[in-house]
Write a protein that binds this ligand. Structure first.
Ligand code: SF4
Ligand code: SF4
Length: 461
């Protein structure tokens, strides 16, 4: 059989003559696949995964989606096999020869549509990787599949619009202009004076600070208590920090659909740190923002600024006795949700617990927890897709709701902007409307002892 060969670097793929009318999207998908394999290390992982034949299905029992649906399509290895099948067929010698001899699998538009549907049913939480005896990382496969789909224009609109706004629009995902940022910071400073009687600053464009602060920018609109908790910690510890008006958004939706976009957003963050000569990047309460910032050395080299998650800063300061506390002032039952990107990918599990135990009288764990936690159900960027709320809260988040209910807690702490939004919706849609979902620094703020008399008539809470 004659074949058409398309070469991109050392990888090449073959399309039989009869399928030269292969649709445009599949052709572009394969070209992008070849280019990515050629210029990255993904090929090493795929080569190993594609050779492994085990179908023990242990991964199924670790996926909260499969646990809820029991649908075979939701078994992690079945989903991953969709991409591995394309890899085997077009990028291995055996697959190419088999196709020449016997025909068989051809990548089609319908197959791409199927992949799009399946790879956005997975939140890339990576829990299944922990149970796979062969160490297959289904989250990584989902990540790569989404990138390839993005290269042929298959991207959820919510993610695309947010990234465009960040890279080509106002400069951040919530389209908050600089004057509005400054107004918000001034308003929060006034709140500190009115409620706590203290002069806490949100420093802006300070050159040479130790830390430049990048929260999820949506916190300026939706989570003022978290930001006030962050500022309070910097105030009582005498931390050297700044917010930069050139870039104040830690969100990086590139992590969810394109390494190319992720890289551009990481560069933008580092450029702002360099403009203000900040030594370190301090990421606010956001899981994916933290994880994507950890790619600074990958994209910018070892000389790039160090990345610190705010909980690491706070826990260390608490251990060193630099955060004065009024005591265990939180008396309601509190539980903690481990964001996947922080706990499983970042191994930050004990810091938040140290802080919570210092301020709560009734802290209880949900099970499983730490690196084995269940995803909130809105990971991988799916939380920003409002159209799939019923899927996120009814299927993907159902086990999470059961976990929360079992604790009897009335407060769930989730140090991540995305997890907070998703868990609030999970609670609303699963009969847990009386459960409050808050950030970690929101609670800490209530316990910090500023050492001043509160103004008359204010309760300081
Ligand atoms: S990464 Fe998470 S959501 Fe995706 S298949 Fe694995 S356990 Fe399920
Ligand atoms: S647990 Fe690993 S080896 Fe077993 S079926 Fe899943 S991916 Fe394959």
């Amino acid at each position: 059989m004659s074949a058409m060969e398309v070469k991109t670097g050392k990888y090449s793929y073959y399309v039989e003559a009869k399928s030269q009318q292969i649709a445009d999207r599949p052709r572009k998908f394969l070209e992008a696949f070849a280019a990515i394999l050629d210029r990255s290390n993904y090929g090493l992982a795929l080569e190993a995964y594609a050779r492994l034949g085990s179908k023990c299905s242990r991964c199924a029992s670790s996926c909260q989606l499969y646990m809820t649906t029991g649908d075979e399509r939701d078994i992690p290895c079945r989903r991953s096999n969709l991409l591995l099948e394309v890899y085997r067929r077009y990028f291995t010698a055996a697959g190419q020869w088999r196709a020449r001899l016997t025909g068989g699998f051809v990548l089609t538009d319908e197959y791409l549509d199927l992949m799009a549907e399946e790879y956005y049913r997975c939140t890339a939480c990576r829990r299944c990787k922990m149970l796979c005896p062969l160490g297959i990382d289904h989250g990584l496969i989902t990540h790569l599949a989404r990138w390839l789909l993005a290269e042929v224009g298959i991207i959820p609109k919510a993610l695309l619009v947010a990234v465009r706004e960040q890279l080509e629009g106002v400069g951040n995902t919530s389209a908050i202009p600089v004057p509005a940022l400054k107004d918000t910071c001034e308003f929060l400073e006034e709140e500190f004076r009115d409620i706590y009687g203290v002069d806490v600053k949100f420093p802006i464009d300070v050159e040479g600070a130790e830390y430049i602060f990048f929260p999820a920018v949506s916190d300026y609109l939706l989570e003022p208590d978290t930001l006030m908790g962050n500022a309070a910690v910097m105030h009582v510890t005498g931390g050297s920090w700044t917010i930069g008006t050139g870039n104040y958004d830690g969100i990086n939706y590139g992590l969810f659909y394109s390494d190319r976009m992720m890289e551009r957003i990481v560069y933008k963050m580092v450029a702002e740190a360099r403009r203000l000569r900040a030594q370190k990047i301090l990421v606010g309460e956001c899981g994916h923002a933290t994880r994507s910032a950890w790619f600074v050395p990958t994209f910018c080299g070892r000389e790039g600024p160090q990345v610190v998650n705010f909980m690491q800063y706070t826990a260390r300061a608490l251990r060193e006795g630099r955060i004065p506390l009024k005591g265990k002032v939180i008396e309601e039952r509190v539980t903690y949700h481990d964001p996947c990107n922080i706990a499983r990918s970042g191994r930050i599990t004990e810091e938040p617990r140290e802080i919570l135990r210092a301020i709560c009288t009734d802290f209880v764990e949900m099970f499983p927890n730490r690196t084995e936690n269940l995803c909130c159900g809105g990971g991988g960027g799916t939380v920003s897709i409002d159209e799939i709320r019923a899927f996120r809260t009814g299927l993907m988040g159902k086990k999470k709701a059961e976990q929360i209910r079992a604790t009897g807690a009335k407060i769930v702490v989730a140090p991540c902007a995305n997890c907070k939004k998703q868990l609030r919706e999970v609670c609303e849609d699963n009969g847990l409307a009386d459960v409050q979902v808050v950030g970690l620094h929101d609670l800490l703020l209530k316990a910090i002892d500023f050492g001043v008399e509160k103004p008359a008539g204010e309760n300081g809470s």
